[in-house]
Design a protein around this ligand. Structure first.
Ligand code: FDA
Length: 310
């Protein structure tokens, strides 16, 4: 049953008809607020201020994907350039996390590369621009573009998903270039021919990939690791591994999504690890929100409560 619910929610995430209608309903908007401080950059910056004051880092994502014109991709790029300026003006340390299809990947590899390059250059060497990983048909194009960018810049990282069979090979081929890697389980509806159908296998692969990322070999290649999960069992296993290997906070970072496992985010910082929160904002939240519901179908209960709660 949870599998069917997940499938239905991920199907809904790709449905434009539903997106246009659901976004108009107050109860849906209210339930989105659990995961998003607001639709405007000012909302994200205010949330970043509160989080950074507690000693955590922040990462910002302007929601959107699959733009269909170069003008839209350029407007998204301009938005991010302005966001970086506002981050600096506010004295925040927020990094960016971007989707390549939001920056024009469906239109042209070169156009998309030029847009991401502008962000990397503006962010400066101490702030990493993170590239999200989208559904499996985009993995090759994303990694190709990532390799090109990483050859020219050190402040760029990419997300890898433990649900894909191919990820162990992708990681092995990326390691020698000293990549920034954000490891996640994966949020899209993928067929069994490309992704582990069983959650237990996804989790085990996550730990194996995390161990590889934190290995001496990877650290000496200059890998920067982000452990991006809310899974407390995995987090505890990674902490135990890090202690056995005598790793410190400088060696890697934990990142979670805004509104999820807040106590654990703070607990990690208190225990001396680097802990950060990814804050999403924007008006194009429907597909992203459906993916968040699919991660924990019990969240649908909150939507229903918001419907009746007025
Ligand atoms: P899992 O799904 O097993 O959840 C573990 C526990 O965490 C749950 O039991 C629940 O308690 C809590 N939890 C998880 N999700 C929740 C939710 N939505 N609401 C409430 N509680 C929840 N994916 C992708 O494909 N490409 C990407 O670029 C990214 N980027 C990214 C960045 C960051 C910083 C994070 C944390 C995650 C992503 N993801 C992603 C999403 C990722 O692939 C995955 O879908 C979610 O993180 C959920 O998986 P967990 O690892 O948390 O484990």
């Amino acid at each position: 049953m949870p599998g069917m619910m997940r499938g239905a929610l991920l199907w809904a995430s790709r449905n434009n008809w539903l997106r246009e209608r659901a976004s108009r309903y107050g109860f849906v908007r209210r339930s989105v607020a659990r995961f998003m401080p607001g639709e405007q950059i000012a909302d994200a910056l205010a949330a970043a201020r509160t989080i950074e004051d507690k000693g955590l880092g922040t990462v910002l994502t302007h929601l959107g994907e699959n733009v269909s014109t170069a003008a839209e991709a350029e407007s998204v790029t301009r938005h991010y350039l302005d966001a970086l300026q506002q981050v600096r003006a506010a004295g925040l340390r927020s990094e960016l996390s971007v989707k390549l299809t939001h920056l024009g990947l469906d239109l042209s590899h070169d156009l998309c590369r030029a847009n991401v390059e502008k962000l990397i250059q503006s962010a400066g060497p101490d702030s990493i621009v993170w590239i999200d990983m989208e559904s499996s048909p985009y993995v090759d194009a994303t990694l190709d573009l990532y390799r090109t960018l990483r050859r020219a810049y050190s402040n760029v990282g990419v997300c890898l998903q433990s649900y894909l069979y191919r990820t162990a090979d992708d990681l092995a081929s990326l390691l020698p270039m000293g990549p920034g890697i954000r490891l996640v389980k994966g949020a899209y509806l993928e067929p069994a021919k490309v992704a582990f159908p069983q959650k237990a296998d996804v989790d085990e692969n996550y730990f194996a990939l995390a161990a590889k990322l934190l290995s001496k070999e990877a650290r000496s290649a200059g890998v920067r690791t982000v452990i991006a999960t809310h899974d407390r069992n995995l987090i505890h296993r990674v902490e135990a591994l890090a202690r056995t290997e005598n790793l410190t906070a400088a060696d890697f970072q934990f990142v979670m999504l805004y509104g999820i496992q807040r106590a654990e985010q703070l607990r990690l910082a208190r225990d001396g690890w680097r802990s950060a929160v990814l804050i999403s904002y924007g008006t194009f939240w429907f597909p992203w929100y459906m993916r968040r519901l699919a991660e924990r179908p019990a969240n649908v209960g909150f939507v229903i409560r918001d419907l009746f709660g007025g």
